[in-house]
Structure formats: C-alpha cells, structure tokens
Design a protein around this ligand. Structure first.
Ligand SMILES: Cc1cc2nc3c(=O)[nH]c(=O)nc-3n(C[C@H](O)[C@H](O)[C@H](O)COP(=O)(O)O)c2cc1C
Length: 305
C-alpha cells in the first residue's frame, strides 16, 4: 500500500500532519527545537497573547494530579508587539503552520489583536481563547455565554481575513449552543477544548495547592470528557473541529478523529514525553496501513454508533 496521506486541511490551512501543539504548552514554537522531532508536528499554536505583556499568576502555578496537572499560569505572555517583532520571524523559519492564540479583556482588545495579526507574515490563522473574563460584563468568561462568544467572534472576523478558530470551554451547560452561535457568527473552525476548572488542597497546611486557588485541569484525566465534547460539537456544526484533551498516544488521537475531529492538539503530554509527537504520528501511519485508510481525513467522524 502507498504511504497514507496524513496531512489535513482545516479552514484552508494546510497541516502536514494532524498533530498540532496546544497553546501554552509549546511556548512561542521554537523552545523545543533540541528535544522534539518537529517533522511530526503539523502546526503550532503559540501561547495566548494580549495586547500588552503580562506576568501571570504568582507561584505555585502547577500541581500534578492523578493522570493530569492543574495549572494557573494566568496567561503570562510577551504582548503582541514583541511577539510580532521577535517571536514570529523565528517561527517563520519552521516548516509548520502557525496559529496565533489571542486573549482579551474586551471585544475591542480581541478585535485589535486580529487587526494587527492580519498583516503579519507567516500567520496561518487565529485561535481565540474565549475562556477569558470580560471586564465590561462583570468578569463573565466570553466562552461561557453563547451570545458573548458570538459577539467576540464577529468582532474578530470583521478585522481579519485569516481563518478564525474559537477555542471552546468545557465549563458550559451545553457546548453545542456555544458552537452553533459562533459558527453563525462566522467561525471557520472550532478548537475543543480548553482546560477544566479544578482545585487541589494540601491537607497538612490546609492551603490550596495553587496560589490562584483554582486552576485548569489538563492531561489524560480529562480525555473522555473532551472526546464527548468533540463528538457533540462535531454533530452540531458544519465547520471542522480540532480535538484537544489529554492525548498521549495514537489511539487517543484516533478517538478524537473518529469522534469528529479533523486534527488534534497535544499539550500536557509533550511535557511528560517529548517523543510523543513522533510516536503518535508513526502509530497513526501504522493504523492507516493496517486498516487500509488512504487518507487520515477519512477517519473524521467515522465512529460507528
Ligand atoms: C501550562 C498550560 C498553559 C496553557 N495556556 C493556554 C493558553 O495560553 N491559551 C489557551 O487557549 N489554552 C492554554 N492551555 C490549554 C491547552 O492549550 C489545552 O487546551 C489543554 O491543556 C488540554 O490539552 P492537554 O490535556 O493535551 O494539555 C494551557 C494549558 C497548560 C497545561
């Protein structure tokens, strides 16, 4: 059998493999050059950016949990200007698609980030982290309200011709309501999902493990929840879905593809094993050969219920 086609195209963006580095777990893309086989990576989503630099939350910011980790980094980032002038030129040297993850405290901040990125060489698309508090609406997270999620998507779409990919939060009653609203507002694809709000306590000191008290849970512990949300989302919308949550192997990636994802992102497990990229890609290729799958894209949504 000829080599299976492992590339995917999502919202017009070509990814040479279906494995994408998740925002916040792969820095600004070049930090892992010494330890990761970049040829296995189809795309990189950079750390979430605001207009201005941020220092993030005070430590401790990370706590390991059963099959996962809690983090409250608090969106420590360099700000859009430094990203464009210092980080992006280095990313352009890599042979991989680049998605820029944006954050905002207001509709206007998201829109301005989109406007700036529209002109930047090498940016393939914008992933919107909508799990950010809206300061003008009492700190409600954009992504937790379908209407607000739609309005911020619309504001971003107006300012850019790049594909726009809102990243949905699992912290909602009905993810399909948010998915449908942002699709109607012009989203080109969806990323599912961000971390799950969670908490751990040191019983000896009676103090929370994280300075921020609450953090985001990631890693294999959250995977079945993420697979379920991808399945529900993919069945609710026409636009492509990128699956995220605890992927540690090719079997895990396949679960997301079969549930309806067109590609997947790997985050936490890259910290545990930098060879996860190569091993997962090789496993996908082997699976395609064993199951006579000519193109990985054939597997999207192929779960038999
Ligand atoms: C340390 C850390 C930082 C993160 N920073 C961001 C971020 O800046 N923007 C964002 O949209 N998601 C961020 N995430 C969420 C991940 O991109 C991903 O959605 C989540 O971790 C689930 O995938 P995983 O289980 O493979 O890590 C972060 C996750 C971790 C662990």
């Amino acid at each position: 059998m000829t080599k299976p086609d492992l590339s995917v195209t999502i919202a017009g963006i070509h990814f040479r493999t279906p494995l994408i580095a998740a925002s916040g777990t792969f820095g600004y893309g070049t930090e892992y050059l010494d330890v990761v086989d970049y040829s296995a990576i189809g795309g990189i989503v950079v750390k979430g950016l605001y207009l201005e630099p941020r220092e993030g939350c005070a430590p401790p910011r990370i706590w390991e949990t059963p099959s996962g980790m809690l983090n409250a980094i608090g969106l420590q980032e360099v700000g859009i200007e430094k990203f464009v002038t210092e980080k992006m030129p280095r990313l352009c040297e890599l042979d991989t698609s680049v998605l820029v993850n944006i954050c905002g405290s207001s509709l206007e901040e998201y829109a301005e980030l989109a406007r700036i990125l529209d002109d930047v060489d090498g940016v393939s698309g914008i992933e919107m982290n909508i799990s950010c508090p809206n300061v003008h609406e009492g700190g409600i997270l954009f992504g937790c309200d379908p209407n607000m999620a739609a309005r911020v998507t619309e504001a971003v779409k107006k300012k850019t011709s790049l594909p726009v990919i809102p990243k949905l939060s699992p912290n909602v009653t009905d993810i399909t309501a948010v998915a449908r609203e942002v699709e109607a507002a012009g989203a080109d694809a969806l990323s599912v999902m961000n971390t799950i709000p969670a908490m751990a306590i040191d019983v000896e000191t009676r103090r929370p493990r994280l300075k921020n008290i609450i953090g985001g849970l990631s890693g294999p512990a959250i995977r079945p929840i993420a697979v379920r949300l991808v399945y529900q989302t993919a069945n609710a919308v026409q636009i492509p879905v990128i699956g995220i949550g605890g992927i540690a192997s090719h079997e895990d990636a396949l679960e997301f593809l079969l549930a309806g994802a067109s590609a997947v992102q790997i985050g936490t497990m890259g910290f545990v094993d930098p060879s996860v990229w190569r091993k997962t890609l090789d496993g996908l290729e082997d699976y395609c050969r064993r199951h006579a799958v000519a193109a990985i894209s054939e597997l999207t949504g192929a779960v038999e219920t």
